[in-house]
Design a protein around this ligand. Structure first.
Ligand code: HEM
Length: 164
């Protein structure tokens, strides 16, 4: 399964969604732009945009919610090790209050992996971030292995756009 993401104005993405209901676009807005996210077997709606292999998924992406994407640039030779760590993840995030969905995306055109989580509210995400479960899931990473990351990971937060 593949996953795709494209940025654009909200107006443009909403029109696109109406024109292509078969793509089941998930529309969200970040502080910078609108984002359309969709999953399918190999069918691109745009030439521009980002393409991913959907490596792991739990939960259904809901129409409403707060989305946090952790974008992690990983050097080529570190990719297998990085993915291996996710295979051995703690699987605790699924049990947290307000959890809706998790996706682990391998980039097909660049080096930036995306760890996407969707929550009922921003407060639910903050609660997970402050929890022992988050600490346990991230024990010893990042700071100990800076060479794996070609640049600093960065976070994108989004709110799902209501559909009419
Ligand atoms: C910026 C610093 C971060 C880095 C480099 C990072 C990297 C990693 C790595 C390598 C793992 C696999 C477990 C391990 O090896 O320890 C992991 C687990 C995870 N990370 Fe992060 N992470 C960071 C912050 C975040 C943030 C802010 C989010 C919010 C979306 C997030 C979402 C997740 C999730 C959902 C898991 C799986 C947890 C579970 O199985 O319960 N991470 N992270």
């Amino acid at each position: 399964m593949k996953a795709y993401m494209t940025n654009g104005t909200i107006d443009f993405l909403q029109k696109l969604d109406k024109k292509h209901p078969e793509f089941n676009l998930h529309l969200m807005s970040s502080s910078e732009s609108g984002i359309a996210y969709y999953e399918n077997n190999n069918k691109k709606l745009f030439n521009a945009g980002r393409e991913y292999e959907l490596l792991m998924q739990t939960g259904e992406i809901q129409k409403e919610g707060f989305v946090v994407m952790n974008n992690i640039p990983v050097a080529d030779d570190s990719k297998p090790g990085f993915e291996h760590r996710f295979k051995n993840r703690t699987n605790a995030v699924e049990g947290m209050p307000g959890f809706q969905a998790f996706r682990f995306l391998r980039p097909l055109q660049n080096n930036t992996y995306v760890v996407l989580t969707q929550w009922s509210s921003a407060a639910d995400f903050e609660n997970w971030k402050a929890s022992d479960q988050f600490k346990e899931a991230h024990k010893g990473q990042a700071a100990k292995q800076p060479a794996h990351f070609t640049e600093r990971p960065f976070i994108t937060t989004c709110t799902m756009l209501e559909e009419d």
